[in-house]
Design a protein around this ligand. Structure first.
Ligand code: ACO
Length: 369
């Protein structure tokens, strides 16, 4: 049995390839290095979804359909209730997404991709007693998301930075949430069910819940001179460093480079605190050295979540919303995988090894752990 299904191959896919030895990510035929910083969210939808629905797709069609769907789903903001206002944003997002109809077609997929971008900013504003801002169907999804969050028109550099983030995290092999999406799709349940289940898998701190705590860590460390003491003490207590380590990558996560480059482009525009970026670089360098010293046989480097924290913070997203912003991009990948599974796959039904008592054996029921 492979604990955590390590190295188990559970699907064939044309969607993405994660080369953990070389530190390379291919997203449907293109290298992340070529996409991040030039492709938009809409380009990524076309790249990952084309061929998985009955309708032929084009860039113009994706732009129009997403804009129109954002305008339509805004009506669901009326369903936000008191309970959602006090939930963590990712839970409130899940509760609101659960109101959408299910299905397997392109309109369902577009609605889900548009809804994440509309619901999250609206929920964040409502949670701060601010009125939600209606979508502008003429804008790109990244520009509209930032406008619905802050109420002001974002500058091109901010839009480019959010696009770079959404493209960088759109798909990543058979990670826990994507596998969840495929499991749900394999039963014949619809895309909304697959996305809701995947979002539930994403929110855990070992997966997409890491970037908020990364920012907490940087705040607690505070100064470059405090980095080594803080990191050694934290690891000494047996705690993990958020934003470090990865199951597949044996080298630096290439998405960290893509996000750091986006952050540096933003810094050139003067919208990021350079002292915090510098602190992050020092924390990364010191942490990697300490982790190498403690675990010489297992390379632990920064993963995508480390620079995600700084980038999303610079764009004005509150840290408790970072997992929800991750879902804005990853929903595209979850949907593509769900369609690929539904079209080409079979019911996912692995086996377990029973290690409990047999009926003919004397036993008392014991606690499992
Ligand atoms: N800090 C300190 N030690 C670590 C870390 C870390 N971030 N990551 C792994 N280790 C150690 C473990 O304690 C373990 O040590 P042990 O063998 O002495 O018990 C060893 O390295 C192997 O760890 P596993 O849990 O087996 O590694 P796995 O491949 O299952 O975990 C994971 C990968 C979950 C990402 C892990 O590195 C981790 O917890 N990182 C912190 C959380 C994080 O940043 N998550 C985001 C990942 S990217 C994403 O999902 C979008």
């Amino acid at each position: 049995m492979k604990n955590g299904l390590e190295d188990v191959v559970a699907a064939e896919t044309v969607l993405s390839d994660v080369d953990g030895e070389a530190g390379q990510l291919i997203i449907r035929g293109a290298s992340l290095d070529d996409l991040a910083g030039s492709a938009t969210f809409e380009d990524t939808v076309l790249r990952l979804w084309d061929g998985f629905f009955e309708e032929p797709m084009s860039a113009a069609m994706v732009n129009t359909a997403l804009g129109r769907a954002r305008a339509e789903v805004f009506a669901h903001i009326g369903a936000v209730d008191e309970a959602m206002l006090s939930m963590p944003p990712v839970d409130a997002l899940r509760a609101l997404l659960a109101r959408l109809p299910d299905g397997d077609d392109l309109p369902t997929a577009v609605r889900l991709a548009a809804a994440t971008a509309v619901f999250l900013p609206a929920l964040l504003r409502l949670q701060q007693d601010l009125l939600p801002i209606a979508p502008d169907a003429t804008l790109s999804q990244a520009a509209d998301t930032l406008r619905m969050l802050t109420g002001t028109t974002p500058c091109p550099a901010q839009v480019a930075a959010l696009d770079a983030y959404l493209v960088t995290i759109c798909d990543h092999g058979l990670n826990a949430s994507t596998f969840t999406s495929r499991v749900v799709a394999s039963t014949g349940a619809g895309l909304a069910s697959a996305v809701l289940a995947a979002l539930s898998a994403l929110k855990g701190p070992l997966h997409g819940g890491a970037p908020g705590p990364v920012l907490d860590m940087l705040d607690e460390i505070g100064t470059e001179s405090n980095a080594e003491t803080w990191l050694r003490e934290t690891l000494g207590r047996g705690e993990r460093l958020m934003g470090f380590g990865h199951r597949i990558y044996k080298v630096r996560d290439p998405r960290a480079d893509a996000l750091k480059a986006a952050l540096q482009r933003l810094a050139e525009e003067g919208t990021v605190s350079l002292s915090r970026v510098k602190l992050a670089e020092v924390v990364e360098r010191v942490a990697v050295a300490i982790l190498r010293e403690r675990k010489p046989d297992r390379r632990l480097d920064v993963n995508v979540e480390f620079y995600t924290a700084l980038l999303l913070d610079a764009l004005g997203f509150p840290r408790e919303s970072f997992t929800g912003v991750f879902a804005l991009g990853r929903t595209v990948g979850w949907i593509a995988h769900a369609r690929e599974q539904a079209m080409n796959g079979r019911l996912i039904r692995p086996r377990s090894v029973y290690v409990g008592p047999r009926p003919d054996q004397q036993h008392s029921l014991q606690r499992a752990v």
